[in-house]
Design a protein around this ligand. Structure first.
Ligand SMILES: *Cc1c(COP(=O)(O)O)cnc(C)c1O
Length: 505
């Protein structure tokens, strides 16, 4: 090899770039530099510094990768990163961030991330993951046990609730096709029967059910939304009617998805009743507990899970309600045999001839191949905090949601949409002077956007009966009712100042 150019820096060597036994000193140095940037991120008292369009535009060009042919010191890149990303990042741990399902994260989970990332284990085949396999299996066993799924249950870590729900619908589809028609979709692919398959879920269920039905070739139309009652829970009678109607139309009801903790309202579908209906109809029962699932650890919400052990599969997101960094999620199946619908024996990785029960290959349960060791975060968090501390965090944020709701309910400038069952509060600012719905929509969007852009508070919005509502998602146990009342005050002030006429530029 001919080197045309002299290295630009005298210390240039592979040790400057690769993690190994010789680069430990540099690793330490980099970690301590990183700490400096993290400290800066934490030092900001705002959830976001606020935005203006000009800066957004200039950041777009700052992100561009130019002049990357030769090496350059990491300090320069880190300074640029600070300016572009860290100083603009959204701080989910900040009490004025109350928008989406992003939680503050536990310290042990960060420690676990550093270890898992540095060691870089891929939980794929035994010869890549060795005893990390047991850590993932143990976390799965623990959570299956919390759901009382029985001793045939098993599971796998996934990238998130969306992927877990995908696996659930895939299993439901392939299982039904095989049991009822002897069709092996994994082997032979599409069958016309599948176009008649129908999946039932509440109209407040997560969009990933529809999206996954489409990805699985069944289409949005395969998903039948079932009406909810006044508490935003699936109405079991409506479910029965919907199933009957589907049958009359000549279609095949194959699965019911019960949401434990809907994304917007935190409502729990009546799993006991729904489960019985699903079993009577010989349908797959999937529990989407992406948001509410971890509340199984609490005393306050445990009763919502009675009957959840009827589930054929469960989705649970530790990156939402177990205070874990993204990504951290699991998919559980009551009958481990059902993982056969995703398993594949690759000659170069896990040949069937080499199957060894003492040395399992987790790849056989996953739709991914190379996969992160996300289970370590949960394991270390559980070993350090213990489940009681986690449960107390979850109970605390639920308590905050109830108190916020109470205040909003008693304030004539607001209309609340539901009584919180978990930790979201959906409401809207409704100044009685404003006469018609489109104005209310505009005011509420204006409030959300104004507070976000000013870096004052991040609130989400959603739609109910076609109208815009605001939403608090409370996942920070360190938040206080006073701080939340302060945000509500900002909402009122911003709402009052809204001038429809001057807005219409
Ligand atoms: C968030 C959520 C999902 C999707 O989970 P991701 O981890 O974001 O993919 C699915 N279902 C429900 C009920 C959710 O709240």
């Amino acid at each position: 090899m001919i080197i045309n150019e002299a290295p630009p820096f005298k210390e240039l060597s592979l040790n400057n770039y690769l993690f190994n036994d010789e680069s430990l000193k540099l690793y330490e140095e980099y970690i301590s530099k990183t700490l400096g940037y993290v400290q800066k991120f934490l030092a900001s008292r705002k959830f976001y510094k606020g935005d203006d369009l000009e800066e957004i535009r200039s950041n777009r060009s700052k992100a561009r990768l130019v002049d990357i042919h030769s090496s350059s010191p990491i300090d320069k890149a880190l300074r640029e990163l600070d300016d572009l990303y860290i100083s603009n990042a959204i701080a989910f741990h900040n009490p004025n961030y109350v928008a989406h399902l992003n939680c503050p994260i536990t310290l042990p989970s960060i420690v676990a991330e550093i270890i898992a990332t540095s060691v870089n284990t891929a939980v794929e085949t035994w010869d890549q993951s060795t005893s990390a396999t047991f850590i993932e299996q143990e976390v799965i066993r623990w959570i299956c046990n919390e759901f009382q799924l029985g001793n045939q249950a098993d599971g796998v870590f996934t990238s998130g609730g969306t992927q877990s729900n995908f696996m659930a619908l895939l299993m439901a589809r392939d299982h039904y096709a095989f049991e009822k028609f002897g069709i092996n979709i994994k082997q032979h692919g599409w069958s016309d029967q599948v176009s008649k398959f129908r999946i039932f879920c509440s109209e407040k269920s997560h969009f990933s059910i529809k999206k996954n039905a489409a990805l699985l070739g069944m289409g949005y139309d395969a998903v039948v939304p079932v009406k909810v009652d006044d508490k935003m829970r699936m109405d079991a009678e409506e479910l029965v009617l919907a199933i009957e109607k589907t049958k009359q139309e000549g279609n095949l009801p194959i699965a019911v998805v019960a949401t434990l903790g809907t994304t917007d309202y935190g409502s729990f579908d009546p799993i006991q009743t729904i489960g019985k209906i699903a079993k009577e109809q010989d349908m797959w029962l999937h529990v989407d507990g992406a948001y509410g699932g971890c509340y199984v650890l609490t005393e306050t919400h445990k009763h919502y899970f009675e009957g959840a052990n009827m589930a054929d599969s469960v989705t649970i997101d530790f990156h939402k309600t177990l205070f874990q960094p993204v990504s951290c999620s699991a998919f559980l199946a009551k009958n481990k045999q059902h993982f056969q619908y995703v398993s594949y024996y690759a000659d170069y990785l896990n040949p069937l001839e080499d199957k060894d029960t003492e040395r399992p290959n987790l790849i056989e349960k996953s739709i991914q191949t190379t996969r992160r060791f996300d289970a370590l975060k949960v394991w270390l968090t559980l070993k350090t905090l213990g489940t009681k501390t986690i449960a107390s965090y979850l109970e605390e944020v639920h308590e905050l949601a109830k108190r916020v709701h109470e205040h909003l309910h008693n304030n004539p400038n607001f209309e609340t949409a539901h009584v919180p069952e978990l930790s979201t509060v959906v409401f809207r600012y409704k100044n009685s002077e404003a006469a018609h719905e489109p104005t209310h929509d505009k005011v509420n969007l204006h409030i959300k956007n104004t507070l976000f852009k000013a870096g004052k508070a991040s609130i989400a919005s959603t739609k109910l009966n076609g109208n815009i509502y605001l939403k608090f998602t409370l996942l920070n146990p360190k938040n206080t009712i006073n701080n939340l009342l302060n945000i509500i005050e900002m909402i009122e002030e911003t709402g009052k100042k809204y001038q429809p006429k001057t807005e219409a530029l």
